[in-house]
Design a protein around this ligand. Structure first.
Ligand SMILES: [Zn+2]
Length: 640
């Protein structure tokens, strides 16, 4: 998801100017098989279990009415229970039900102090804001809903109950470990007026932004069911295959997840080059048949006014761009210019993290900002070039960090947003040929949150943060710093190797926080469990100071809760200088550095003393600025 949400918030408006600028600039950069291969450790219980994941095979057929925005659907879902447990209940998400007055999503907008401006604009003043939930104003023909017409398990009607945005199904027969069940569902939906992410008639006039549009089986993994109500935040889905047929008014042009199977019956740029398009129009409608192998979601968008460009990235992958013909010439030019950068960005991520595994990626005008989906993104289209490139680099990065490496976005939003932001910065550095230190604003913004008194641990479930601000700064910035600070701990080259190994070992799986930590440990040979704990599960901070300097003797003190190895630069009275490295004992190893290694520092000792080679004039802690020290004022010491 794009970080833009955050800057719109009232709380942020009250923040210091420097922070405001930092957020504004960052917003320009913008801001989820069945093989039993690897093994993972439950970070909560510490219990080692062999890795397994559930599997879904969806075959869906939907008929869309573009007049009243209702659709009739049928869904056959073959669900394979690869878990060690027999399941007596299953849960589906019914996301559209969130867009109804008095839903949990609506209720939250009334209560949270800094609601998302797209969902609850300020109708008061800047000083005395009054936020009005748009959901609360929806008329019956504008709300979203998912109605279940019938549901069968293996051909027999099954009992179910709708609980807000969740469908609870009490099975006739348990799905035993290792066995399959087939669910046949008939449903009727109304696409809501666009409030958040999906919906009809977005603010730029895109007719249908269809994300979270189908009854979707909730994920069941080593932590149990993830049948979270849809409040605002993001997603976690079951890996599998989708076969989707969308029947819609013949004049609509579609893009989204999956490969079109009948391009020569559709046209609109999808047809095989040189072949004749023979449209099979029935009742003024065309049927679009898509297949998406090995994904955990299926999204699409449609509009009568879309134009469609296709650009080749390499022999395997093509990028599709769908945007409105009626955009101003200026915006259309930005869409064209962005395409070159999008191709370069995909090549960069392929090389830096690992090869994008699908044949297709689509950038589609739709939604309400920028949001990542399987093989595609929906972005708003009326953007200056810099914003356009920024949002595309961010959302494309999510194809690695969330889509292919399908972390649980609801539970660990810092893993997808933080890691996406991190490789987005690497792409900016490389593609924009930037040389300067890129994290100034990131670290300043994180420090602001720490000092605001509104910080919450990174382990907080995305929806459960008290403020959008804490959610945003933690997920995007503190999540990014998890990796940039890891550079400080194990070196940049090892972080690059860690991300590549993480991709190789966990692609098409659901990696956990423990998995990235273990990967970094295997790559670097140092112990890092303390780092995962301190950074993600506590509110401890890093703060070191130079306590005193006397001739050649330097005394350091740890003031913050998080221990770190220390890089020191020492300038002597004769003008020469040396770099020193103090290993952190509990890492039981150290990064590669040319600095002079000193004796290690165990965290239990609050201070550390050593003797430099010559008389000291000046001392600097961490000149790389990768360690997230929340008080930099005591990191430099000048002998008077
Ligand atoms: Zn994002």
């Amino acid at each position: 998801m794009e970080f833009k949400t955050i800057i719109l918030h009232q709380t942020i408006r009250k923040m210091k100017k420097i922070l405001y600028i930092s957020l504004a600039v960052l917003s320009l950069i913008s801001c989820k098989s069945t093989q039993k291969v690897a093994s993972t450790v439950n970070v909560n219980t510490g219990t080692a279990t062999p890795y397994w994941q559930q599997h879904v095979n969806y075959t869906m057929s939907i008929d869309v009415n573009t007049t009243d925005y209702q659709l009739n659907g049928s869904q056959k879902l073959v669900y394979t229970n690869n878990s060690p447990d027999d399941l007596t209940t299953v849960f589906y998400h019914l996301y559209f039900n969130a867009f109804q007055p008095n839903s949990e999503m609506d209720a939250r907008l009334h209560v949270i102090e800094d609601p998302d401006g797209r969902m609850a604009p300020n109708i008061g003043t800047k000083e005395n804001p009054v936020f009005e939930s748009r959901i609360s104003k929806l008329k019956p023909n504008e709300i979203g809903y998912q109605k279940i017409i019938s549901l069968q398990q293996d051909g027999v009607d099954v009992a179910y109950e709708i609980i807000g945005t969740i469908l609870k199904v009490t099975l006739n027969n348990a799905i035993k470990s290792g066995e399959k069940a087939t669910f046949d569902m008939k449903f009727k939906s109304q696409v809501p007026l666009q409030i958040r992410r999906s919906g009809r008639n977005n603010k730029e006039g895109v007719a249908l932004s269809m994300a979270q549009w189908y009854p979707k089986m909730a994920e069941y993994d080593f932590e149990g069911w993830h049948a979270d109500a849809y409040i605002a935040r993001e997603f976690h889905g079951v890996w599998g295959n989708f076969d989707v047929t969308i029947t819609i008014d013949k004049d609509y042009i579609l893009g989204g997840t999956g490969y079109l199977q009948n391009p020569n019956e559709i046209g609109y740029g999808y047809q095989v080059k040189g072949s004749n398009v023979i449209k099979k129009i029935k009742d003024n409608k065309l049927s679009w048949h898509f297949v998406a192998p090995n994904v955990h979601d299926f999204t699409w968008a449609a509009d009568k006014d879309f134009t469609h460009d296709i650009v080749k990235v390499n022999d395997k992958t093509k990028m599709h761009f769908l945007y409105k013909k009626s955009l101003s010439e200026n915006f259309k030019a930005n869409w064209k210019e962005m395409q070159v950068d999008a191709v370069n960005t995909m090549r960069f991520y392929n090389k830096t993290v690992g090869e994008y595994p699908y044949k297709q990626y689509s950038i589609i005008q739709g939604g309400d900002g920028g949001m990542e989906y399987g093989m595609c993104t929906l972005i708003t289209g009326k953007r200056p070039l810099k914003s356009m490139i920024g949002v595309v680099r961010h959302e494309m990065a999510h194809s690695w960090f969330q889509f292919v490496l399908a972390t649980n976005e609801s539970k660990h939003p810092w893993m997808d947003e933080g890691f996406t932001s991190y490789i987005n910065v690497q792409a900016d550095q490389k593609l924009d040929e930037k040389k300067e230190y890129p994290y100034e604003r990131t670290y300043q913004t994180y420090t602001y949150l720490v000092k605001s008194g509104k910080n919450e641990p990174l382990t907080t479930q995305g929806d459960r943060y008290h403020t959008n601000m804490a959610y945003g700064i933690n997920s995007y910035y503190k999540g990014l710093i998890f990796l940039s600070q890891l550079e400080y701990l194990i070196g940049k080259e090892n972080v690059e190797k860690t991300l590549q190994k993480f991709f190789t070992d966990f692609k098409m799986k659901h990696p956990s926080p423990n998995d990235i930590m273990r990967t970094a440990e295997k790559v670097s040979g140092v112990q890092l469990d303390w780092y995962l704990n301190e950074w993600t599960q506590t509110l401890h901070n890093v703060d070191y100071r130079i306590k005193s300097v006397s001739d050649k003797e330097i005394t350091l003190e740890r003031l913050g809760g998080i221990p770190m190895p220390i890089d020191l630069k020492v300038v002597y009275t004769d003008g020469s200088s040396d770099n020193y490295y103090i290993p952190l004992r509990m890492m039981l190893g150290s990064k590669k550095t040319k600095a002079t290694h000193l004796k290690d520092w165990a965290w239990a000792y609050p201070t550390y003393k050593f003797t430099a080679k010559k008389t000291v004039k000046k001392v600097f802690i961490d000149t790389s600025k990768l360690m997230a020290d929340v008080d930099l004022s005591n990191n430099v010491f000048l002998v008077e």
